[in-house]
Design a protein around this ligand. Structure first.
Ligand code: SF4
Ligand code: SF4
Ligand code: F3S
Length: 267
């Protein structure tokens, strides 16, 4: 309680803002407690009160005051083609802002599949050359990837809570994801798994098997190759997750999503 709140600069590149939408719905801890009591969210152009030059000045003030001691959170990614012209922030390419802030931060959180891997903007043929954070920045700062489109709210706030409590990243896997949330496949803890093991599959949507809650593998479920915590933590305060709603996992937290996981990829 007596610790100074660590400043966070939350930047937005090419994204849809649903990572932010997810974050603000965290119930444990409540997002408001994270933002008001645990961190100092000094810059987030989507939800901050300041705008225009006033907002831009906050980035420079934070860098000056906390050089090397603040966290950079990135939502979305940077387009590299046409000198970054497909995403302009404050009159300059987002790529410039990202590199500038990355140079001065202590560590980087890549929120969601956009920042972690590229996601839909980087889908073939990726006309803007949308590029994830670790490939777009020039500095060698520690990066934690929290993939998902979006990531689960409580996973996002848990990552922040862990960093604040232990003053380090949680243990990461080879891809840079926190093992505590990404070491198991959706398939490993899926409640439809007994149907998979018994060879009971939905053959097409709305068939008898679908009504009985059979396994969705044959209608495209990517749960067996997707590492995420949806089948354990679930969404909306643990209420449900895509498979529970009747649709297979589309692998939204995996590298290569959208090209590899979507229905489009099956056509
Ligand atoms: Fe939106 Fe998905 Fe990108 Fe998050 S990862 S900003 S939810 S498109
Ligand atoms: Fe695995 Fe998907 Fe079947 Fe669940 S619905 S058991 S994740 S293949
Ligand atoms: Fe995404 Fe699959 Fe979870 S589509 S939300 S990783 S069940």
């Amino acid at each position: 309680e007596t610790k100074p709140r660590i400043p966070i600069l939350w930047l937005h590149g090419l994204e849809c803002t649903c990572c932010s939408e997810s974050f603000i719905r965290s119930a444990h801890p409540l997002a408001k407690d994270v933002v008001l009591s645990m961190v100092s969210l000094d810059y987030d152009d989507t939800i901050m009160a300041a705008a225009g030059t006033q907002a831009e000045a906050i980035i420079e003030e934070t860098i000056k005051k906390y050089d090397g001691n603040f966290i950079l959170a990135v939502e979305g990614n940077a387009p590299l083609n046409q000198e970054g012209m497909s995403c302009i922030i404050a009159g300059k390419p987002f790529l410039e802002q990202l590199n500038h802030v990355a140079e001065h931060c202590k560590a980087i959180i890549s929120w969601g599949s956009c920042a972690s891997y590229g996601c839909v903007q980087a889908a073939h043929p990726n006309p803007t050359k949308a590029t994830p954070t670790h490939k777009a920045i020039k500095t060698n700062k520690p990066i934690i990837k929290v993939p998902g489109c979006p990531p689960i709210a409580e996973v996002m706030t848990a990552v922040v809570t862990y960093i604040l409590t232990f003053e380090r990243f949680p243990e990461l896997d080879r891809q840079g994801r926190p093992k505590m949330f990404y070491s198991q496949r959706i398939h490993d803890k899926c409640y439809r798994r007994p149907h998979f093991d018994a060879g009971q599959f939905v053959e097409k949507f709305d068939d008898e098997g679908a009504r009985k809650g059979y396994c969705l593998y044959k209608v495209g479920c990517k749960g067996p190759t997707t590492y995420n915590a949806c089948s354990t933590i679930r969404w909306n305060e643990g209420t449900s997750f895509p498979i529970q709603a009747g649709h297979g996992c589309i692998g939204c937290s995996e590298d290569g999503f959208w090209d590899k996981g979507s229905w489009y990829a099956r056509l």
